[in-house]
Structures are given as structure tokens and as C-alpha cells.
Design a protein around this ligand. Structure first.
Ligand SMILES: C[S@@+](CC[C@H](N)C(=O)[O-])C[C@H]1O[C@@H](n2cnc3c(N)ncnc32)[C@H](O)[C@@H]1O
Length: 490
């Protein structure tokens, strides 16, 4: 067993590789007994509930651990990002300077051999600077977090997670490698709590406790059970998960067979309760030979298996795009908000409406829609009593009367869409909006920062109170979806 590395408490302002020499773990760190055949490595941890900060009520969904992962066909982004340097503008440069430049892993074994090791402080100059600002505080407990994301967005996911953490405290842990197109990322933090709701690219947020790099073919169960035994507390649910990638899909049958074995064993041990308020246990198989074991806080994570809120396409909806709005409504609004904000008799404008998937979501709730698009509305929406179709430019259109909702799925630069949305709110033309921001292939985080920052600045200047939430939804591709709603005036 590798000993847990700790940071020298006596000299926190001047960390070097020597300071980071392996030492036995101190209190609060659990280790798992090494089995003969498959060593389970343990990640530093605090008592689970304390670190998993709660922000929202749990909303269990239909997702069942028995449901196989069924990802859509994905075009892998083969182009590996350039090594991050001060000149690399992929995301904010400041974000990347504080961590060791990331190597792009090509093999899973590489991640497992590196990221399962206890997080250790990075030795870069930037980190030393951050650390010296941190001097005088207690030795931080280092933790690792497992985040699921859309394949191809691993770097963006890790980048924004680290940034969120840094808002609370400098990140002093060396970062694990990111495997491009893997559908997940692992980040190492010290004491920072993360807010799932505020992460755009993360589909799921899991506190990582163990990883096992070499599960024996003939008995995968025993080492996993041993690792779980070392964790404190009981669990409200057991979710076996795989990456949402083409490779991940091939593991679905294996996971389906494995689920009852593990579930039975945990129930016999009294570790598994059916309690939606208790931490969920996640057993994530990047492949058949390895596993990452973690837990999620139902109040600070996605309520859906694999973080995927699947939607079925309504027979009448004219396009698959309808699923994006359906998922956005489920993701951003709880049931009472949906009832309050999406009422029959309300009005909406849909910019870039054709062929009508988003419009369909509104009219199916009894909402009257002005659909603006030069293209044709299709199917039932071509002649729907609740739809007025205007062949106009969405950027020039102005409503005769204020409406309740603005929805917008036009393919345009994020900054231009953001400006349009801000203008609608400032003019008082709508109270709520759901819109897509299409992401450029490069500098995605920076483009989003600019777009969302622009909206915030504009609304703040006008004294408009609002709630803004953004997420890359399962049904989003190279884009994210944003929910913006006016709240009571300050
Ligand atoms: C992704 S599609 C919208 C799909 C639609 N949300 C649905 O669910 O069926 C984008 C649409 O935006 C429209 N569009 C792009 N620029 C526009 C503009 N300046 N004014 C109006 N429509 C525009 C396109 O014609 C296209 O139909």
C-alpha cells in the first residue's frame, strides 16, 4: 500500500518535492487492506457528509442502476489540446497556471496508475505562491472528485471545477491526468467543497474514495467489497456506472450482471438502505479491469444514473431538439416551479423555432407561441392554433407585447446570443428564458465566461434581480443550455 502523502504543516509556504515525501497517513484517512490479487488504493477523505455540502433537495428520477448505459454515437475529438502554457488560451490562462501542465493520457492505465495515488501538492512556482498565501492554516486534507461529462469535454469539466474550487481556496494538489474522450475527469482538491449546481460541464459529482487498477478476472467482487468495507456509513443507493462513450456502452451487459451480486452482498452486510436522503454509492467501471469507487451527496449531485436525464421523444414533436428543452425544464425547475412558471394561457416567443421541437414543448403545456424563423414549422405545428409563425430575423424581431417566456435555439456566436437575451430582459420583453449557447471548438470556457459574464453585468447594471443557471445537458452536443429568470426586485 502506498502511504498517503501529507503536506508539511511546519512549512506550508515552501513546498517542495521533498516536503511531499511519502509518510503514513494521519487521522481521518482510511486505508483499505491490500488483497493478494488487487490492491485497492485509497484517496484521502474526510467524513463523507461533512464534505458533501448540501444545496438542493434530492429528486430521485427514473434512472435505475439496472438500466444499461446507452450513449449516443459520438464523434471522438481526436485533436488533443496543446500543452497548456501561458500562451495557451484554451480556457482562462490563470486557470491552468496553478496546476501542473496536464499531459493528455491515451490509456486508461495511465490515469489509474497516476490518479489513484493520493493527491499530492504540486511543485510549480505558481502553486508555491498560492501556498504561501495559504500559510498559517491547517494542513489540508486532500480529496479527489470524479466528474462525469460529455465525451470530449473532459478538459473543460476539470478546468471549471478547479476554478470553482479556487474561488474558495488555492488548489495545492497535483492534478491527475485527463483522458480525452473518456467521458469523465478526476480532480484533486484540498478542502474545497464543490457546488454541482454551478458546474456547467459536470453531469455528476462524486467524491472519490478508492480506485482499483487491476481487478482480477475471476473475482471482481471481493476487492470491491473490501474497498467498500473501509468506507464509513451506509448508503442510500447503489449505482453501477460506465462512461457515456462507445467503449462504455460495451460494458453495459457486464454491469447488469454484476449489479445484483454487489447489491445482495451489500444488503447482507446492512450497508445498503433504500433511502433517497443518504449518500449514494457509485461504482464506476472505466473498463472491466478497473473501478473507481465514490459517493455522491443527493443534495449536491445529479439525481439521474450516470448523470443522464433521459427523455423519450414525443411522437408529435417535429424534431429531436425537443428533448433539449424537455431536459432543460426538468433540470432547471423543480416540479413546483414547473407548475408555476409553465402555465396554460402564458405566452412565449421562440427565436430560431423551425422545425418546432421547442415550440412543441410550450404548446403541449397550453402556452401560446410566436415562432420566429425563416424556415418552415413542421408537422402539427405547421397549423397549430397556439402558434403564430413569423418569417423574420430573430435578432431584429421585437414583440408587440411583453411575453412570459423567451426561448432561443439560434445557431450563433455565444456573445451575440447573450447580448440579445440581455436586451430582452432589460427591455422587459420577457420574464423567463431558456436558450442555447453554441460552443466554439476552442476556448469554450472563455467563450462561456464572456457570454454569461456579459449577461450578468448587463442585468446587474440595470438593477434586475435574476437567477441564472447553465448546464451542458445530455441532449446538448457542442453547446450548453441556460435558464434565466427574473426574481423579486432587490
Ligand atoms: C437548431 S435549429 C432550431 C431547432 C428548434 N429549436 C427545434 O426544436 O426544432 C436553429 C434554427 O435557427 C434558425 N435561425 C438561425 N439564425 C436565425 C435568425 N437570425 N433568425 C431566425 N432564425 C434563425 C434556423 O433557421 C434554424 O431553423
Amino acid at each position: 500500500m502506498r502511504a498517503m502523502r501529507t503536506i508539511k504543516k511546519t512549512n506550508p509556504g515552501n513546498v517542495s518535492a521533498k516536503d511531499d515525501a511519502a509518510k503514513p497517513r494521519r487521522s481521518g484517512v482510511k486505508t483499505t487492506p491490500k488483497t493478494d490479487r488487487s490492491p485497492a488504493k485509497t484517496v484521502a477523505e474526510k467524513p463523507r457528509r461533512a464534505a458533501d455540502k448540501t444545496t438542493a433537495k434530492p429528486q430521485p428520477r427514473g434512472g435505475s442502476a439496472k438500466t444499461p448505459a446507452r450513449g449516443e454515437a459520438l464523434k471522438p475529438r481526436h485533436a488533443a489540446p496543446k500543452a497548456q502554457s501561458k500562451h495557451n488560451s484554451r480556457g482562462a490562462a490563470v486557470e491552468t497556471q496553478a496546476v501542473k501542465p496536464r499531459r493528455v493520457g491515451t490509456k486508461l492505465t495511465r490515469l489509474l496508475s497516476l490518479n489513484v495515488a493520493p493527491a499530492k501538492p504540486a511543485a510549480s512556482a505558481q502553486v508555491s505562491r498560492e501556498k504561501s498565501r495559504h500559510a498559517g492554516t491547517e494542513t489540508p486534507t486532500l480529496t479527489q472528485w470524479l466528474l462525469y461529462c460529455r465525451s470530449g469535454f473532459e478538459q473543460d469539466c476539470a478546468q471549471e471545477t478547479l476554478r470553482q474550487a479556487r474561488k474558495h481556496k488555492p488548489v495545492i494538489a497535483e492534478q491527475p491526468d485527463i483522458i480525452n474522450n473518456s467521458g469523465y475527469a478526476v480532480v484533486a482538491l484540498n478542502e474545497q467543497a464543490l457546488s454541482f449546481r454551478e458546474l456547467i460541464f459536470a453531469r455528476q459529482l462524486i467524491r472519490l474514495h478508492h480506485s482499483i487498477a487491476a481487478l482480477p478476472d475471476r473475482d471482481r467482487l471481493t476487492p470491491i467489497l473490501n474497498a467498500i468495507t473501509a468506507l464509513p456509513g451506509n448508503f442510500g443507493a447503489l449505482w453501477l456506472e460506465v462512461p457515456d462513450t462507445n467503449d462504455g456502452k460495451t460494458l453495459s451487459a457486464f454491469v447488469r450482471r454484476f449489479q445484483p451480486l454487489l447489491e445482495t452482498a451489500l444488503r447482507e452486510q446492512g450497508r445498503l438502505l433504500d433511502d433517497i436522503k443518504s449518500a449514494r454509492l457509485h461504482i464506476f467501471f472505466p473498463d472491466k479491469a478497473s473501478v473507481l469507487i465514490g459517493s455522491s451527496d443527493p443534495y449536491n449531485s445529479s439525481p439521474a444514473l450516470m448523470g443522464i436525464a433521459r427523455q423519450s421523444i414525443p411522437a408529435e414533436a417535429p424534431s429531436r431538439s425537443t428533448l433539449k428543452l424537455a431536459e432543460a425544464i426538468e433540470t432547471f425547475m423543480d416540479k413546483s416551479e414547473q407548475t408555476r412558471l409553465l402555465r396554460s394561457g402564458m405566452t412565449a416567443v421562440d427565436l430560431g423555432a423551425a422545425p418546432g421541437g421547442w415550440t412543441w414543448q410550450m404548446v403541449s403545456r397550453g402556452i401560446r407561441v410566436t415562432a420566429v424563423d425563416n424556415g418552415p414549422m413542421k408537422g402539427v405545428l405547421a397549423k397549430h392554433p397556439l402558434v403564430e409563425h413569423l418569417k423574420q430575423d430573430g435578432f431584429k424581431y421585437a414583440p408587440r407585447k411583453a411575453v412570459d417566456w423567451l426561448i432561443c435555439d439560434m445557431v450563433e456566436k455565444p456573445a451575440k446570443v447573450a447580448e440579445l437575451i440581455s436586451a430582452w430582459f432589460v427591455a422587459g420583453w420577457c420574464k423567463h428564458a431558456i436558450f442555447n449557447l453554441k460552443l466554439p471548438m476552442k476556448q469554450r470556457v472563455a467563450a462561456l465566461d464572456a457570454a454569461l459574464g456579459g449577461i450578468r453585468t448587463r442585468l446587474d447594471e440595470e438593477g434586475i434581480s435574476y437567477k441564472l443557471q447553465a448546464k451542458q445537458l445530455y441532449h446538448d452536443r457542442e453547446e450548453i443550455t441556460v435558464f434565466l429568470t427574473k426574481t423579486k426586485n432587490r
